[in-house]
Each structure stands twice: as C-alpha cells, then as structure tokens.
Design a protein around this ligand. Structure first.
Ligand SMILES: CCC[C@H]1O[C@@H](n2cnc3c(N)ncnc32)[C@H](O)[C@@H]1O
Length: 483
C-alpha cells in the first residue's frame, strides 16, 4: 500500500485486517461488533479518555505506573495491588519484549516456563497469547481504566486484542515505537502499521466509543532535546487524527532542568493545538503525559525516591495531565509489586502537596517556551517541505536526510549524528545538530550556553560532556561535571 497521510478507506482497512487477525490463533476470536458491544458496556470510571478529560478539567495530575508479568492471575494480583495499595489513578499492562517483536511462539514457551517456575519469566504481559479471553479477565478484575504500554513496531494484532478486551488506551506510534526500539524495521512500514492501529481507534470512535491514543514521548529517554520529542509527538498526533482518533495524549520525558521541562510541556500543548487547528482537526481532546526521568537511575533506593519525587514535582508544576511513575528498583530491573507501589505512593504524595500549584510565568520560562517552539517549527516546516505537504512521506524523508534525528537510537534508519549535552544549569542543549535545519541564531545560542559551561568547568565543549551527562543522574547529580 502506498504511504500517504490519508484516512484509510474501509476497503483498505478490512483487506489488511484479514491478514492481521490470522497472525496468531487468538486473532480469530475478534469480531468488531461484539467488541464494540463489549466496549459500550465499559463504565465511565474505567474509560481512559473520560478519566483524562476529567483530570484536565480539574487541573490535576494523574499517576500511572508501568507493570506487567507473564501469567494472567499473577498480572491481576499485581495490578490490583498497584490499584489498592499503590493508589494508581490509571493502570497499564506493560507488554513483554517477545510480543513486541511478534515472536508469539517464544511467548508460548515463556508462559509454560513461568507456570512451571511459579514466577514470571517474561518481562511483561503477553497480551496476544492470552488473547481477548485473558485480557478481558484482567480488565474485569480491576476497577480503573486500562492501557497497553509496549514498544511494538507492528502492534496491529495486539491493538485489536486489547481494545476488544475493554482496554481503552494504547501507547505507541510509527516513529516512537520504531526508531528507539528497533534496528532495521523500515519507517515506511511502521507508519503504515500504526495508521492501522490508529484506524482501529478511529472506527471505535465512529461507533461512539472513546479510545485514547498516546504516542510514546520520551523516545530513547537519553538527553532527548524537547524540540525533538515535541516534533515527533506532534507528527504522531497529526497522523492519528487523520485516522479518526479524537482523544490524544502527547508526552515528554523529563530532562531535569525545571524551566526547560515545564517549557517543554507548555510548548507541546500550544504547538500541538496550533497544528491540529491548522490541519482542520478541530475536535481533538488533547492531554499531556510527563515521564519521570527515563535515563540511568541511582541504585540506592532512597536516592531513587529523590529522582521520582523530582519528576513528580515537575509534572505537577508543568500542569501535565498524567505522570508515568518510576520505581526504586529502576536501576536493577523489573520492580516487585511492593517497590512499584512505593513509587506510586511517593509520586502521589508529591502531586498532592503541589495540587493547584503551577510554575509561574517568568522571562526565563517564556524564553524557553519560545525557543522550543521555534526549534520545533524549523523541524516540522522542513518535514512538510520534503514530503511535498504529505506528513507521512515527509517523515520518512526527514529521517533519511537527518532532518529528524533522535539521539542514541538503535535504528539504522536514524542518522544518529545529533549530540546533546547539558548547559551549566542542566538544560539539554545541542552540541552537534547534524542536519537538523535550525537557524544560525538557534545553533549559536546552544553553542554559547555550552561554552559557558566549558568556561565554568575549565574544559572545552566536547563529547566527554555528553558521556559525563549520561552517567550523571545515576551518580547523584544532574550535570556531569569533570571528575
Ligand atoms: C520505556 C519504558 C521503560 C521503563 O519501563 C519499565 N518497565 C519495563 N517493563 C516493566 C515491567 N514489566 N514492570 C514494570 N516496569 C517495567 C522499565 O523499568 C523502564 O523504567
């Protein structure tokens, strides 16, 4: 099928759907009307879009963990614990890595081995293998909205199954679940595959069922400049809107400097709304998600709580609709349910203490918002230009030409020339912009801030700053000072 940013016709969609539902036996259980009837019975307090909308209206920030284990009953026990003991406002099911690579046979083995071992031997919930039956059992056992969180380049079958199971939100996108997650999956294919996933949500929306879509904001989660993650978020939001998605949560991964992080969220909302309006999507319900620090964590659990609380405070002061919670086990691996619950409780304590507070506007905050919007505009204007006005085609070409370039991404389709480093206040700046089409003023501004740090540290602006910054938070500081 030719790639273009155009809503799929029913003929296109249902032709592809036949192939999708045959990828694994559990796909055959799905009937659109039966699924729609089931979704129509989802009570309001378990609908993701409605809960986000309410939070936005009330001006509060919701807390959502990540969580997933191999077996259905253990997964229910985990989610119930995070709901009741942790106080989660929204629930995930973090999907395992085999499912993310469509390796369902290995999931089957993982499930059997987990049953034998009496513990989870998969790093998440194998939603495709458990099918609608297993996913509905999970959904019916909890009392909160449920979302699939994963990292799946081809999530078409997973999307069909989770939505047919009452899960009213799906994370991901054709860029954000490819470039940071895969090595050699073509962007053209994943943009097409995620148009399918968005179309599933669009069809349910046209049947009167509210489905939330959340592009994956943080990308590689490693010193990603706000203009890069905001550009990808807005692109995936526009692509989803074209397929009929109405309820969209755009996200951003914490970088650590308060002014820059608050500016990133404010710029994201303002600019996304500008683009939705400019392209005729006038009925989008837009919310935001702030991801607590996605980089290396301190192994010491008390220090980890410092990072978790700082991310919670920033999310609240930014006015984000939702914050994604980390745990004190982040540095070691999959958290126990107790550790996961502790992360949620620390997060909610901070959110509650800051309820109603926002970072006041200042000339620094205003300048940072303007800078991020100007940088993002440079990128998006070029994406539309190289695509001759077509956003999907433009996105593929933009990555080919390094116009869009995500730091430290594994994908061979990503230029990987961009180099970020922190300035003296810890804001992420750009040391090497590669082929990203910033204006000279913007490039000079970043350079001057990095040189200011160099003078302070008594060293040249160089790659060593990047390395030092990558390890800094794990070592207990934000800016990687020379040792
Ligand atoms: C982009 C997502 C990375 C984060 O996703 C967490 N994560 C992954 N898998 C699970 C799981 N099965 N349970 C709880 N957290 C999980 C990692 O810790 C990391 O922070």
């Amino acid at each position: 099928m030719e790639l273009k940013n155009k809503k799929w016709s029913d003929e296109q969609f249902y032709k592809v759907r036949e192939e999708v539902l045959n990828q694994w036996p559990t796909g055959k259980e799905i009937d659109f009307q039966e699924a729609a009837d089931y979704l129509k019975k989802v009570p309001e307090h378990k609908n993701f879009s409605l809960k986000l909308k309410k939070a936005k209206e009330e001006g509060i920030t919701l807390a959502q963990p990540r969580a997933g284990v191999a077996l259905v009953d253990a997964h229910i026990e985990l989610l119930t614990y995070l709901q009741d003991e942790g106080g989660a406002d929204l629930l995930p099911s973090t999907i395992d890595s085999y499912t993310r690579q469509n390796r369902y046979n290995e999931c089957e083995v993982g499930i059997k081995e987990s049953e034998k071992a009496g513990r989870s031997l998969l790093n998440g919930f194998p939603g495709v293998n458990h099918g609608v039956k297993g996913c509905r059992k999970v959904f019916e056992a909890v009392n909160l909205p449920l979302q699939a969180r994963h990292g799946t380049p081809d999530a078409r079958l997973l999307t069909e199954i989770i939505h047919a199971s009452g899960w009213t939100s799906n994370e991901g996108g054709g860029i954000s679940y490819n470039i940071p997650y895969a090595k050699s999956v073509s962007l053209e294919k994943t943009i097409l595959d995620w148009q399918y996933c968005d179309r599933v949500a669009g069809i349910y929306e046209e049947m009167g069922i509210k489905i939330n879509r959340e592009p994956f904001g943080p990308l590689t989660g490693t010193l990603v400049p706000p203009c890069i993650s905001n550009s990808v978020a807005i692109i995936e939001g526009l692509l989803a809107a074209e397929q009929g998605v109405k309820n969209i949560t755009l996200g951003y991964g914490q970088c650590g400097n308060l002014i820059q992080d608050v500016a990133a969220i404010r710029a994201l909302v303002e600019q996304a709304e500008e683009y939705f309006k400019a392209y005729g999507y006038n009925d989008i319900e837009l919310t935001t998600v702030f991801h607590q620090w996605m980089g290396g964590f301190p192994a010491d659990e008390s220090k980890a709580f410092g990072v978790i609380s700082w991310g919670s405070a920033t999310a609240a002061l930014a006015g984000a609709t939702k914050v994604i919670v980390k745990t004190p086990h982040e540095a070691v691996g999959i958290p126990t349910k107790e550790a996961n619950a502790m992360g949620i409780k620390a997060t909610k304590q901070t959110l509650n203490l800051l309820r109603g507070q926002r970072l006041p506007m200042s000339k620094e905050l205003e300048a940072e918002i303007a800078l991020i919007k100007a940088e993002t505009k440079c990128i998006l204007d070029k994406v539309f230009e190289v695509g001759n006005g077509d956003l999907a085609v433009g996105t593929v070409k933009a990555f080919e030409q390094g116009i869009l370039d995500i730091p430290f991404a594994p994908s061979k389709f990503n230029a990987g020339v961009i180099l970020p480093a922190r300035d003296n206040n810890g804001a992420v700046r750009i040391l090497n912009a590669g082929n990203i089409p910033f204006t000279k003023d913007i490039l000079d501004f970043h350079r001057s801030l990095l040189e200011e740090r160099g003078r302070y540290e008594g060293r040249d602006v160089a790659f060593q700053m990047v390395v030092d910054d990558i390890f800094a938070v794990g070592k207990g500081v934000l800016v990687g000072r020379p040792e």
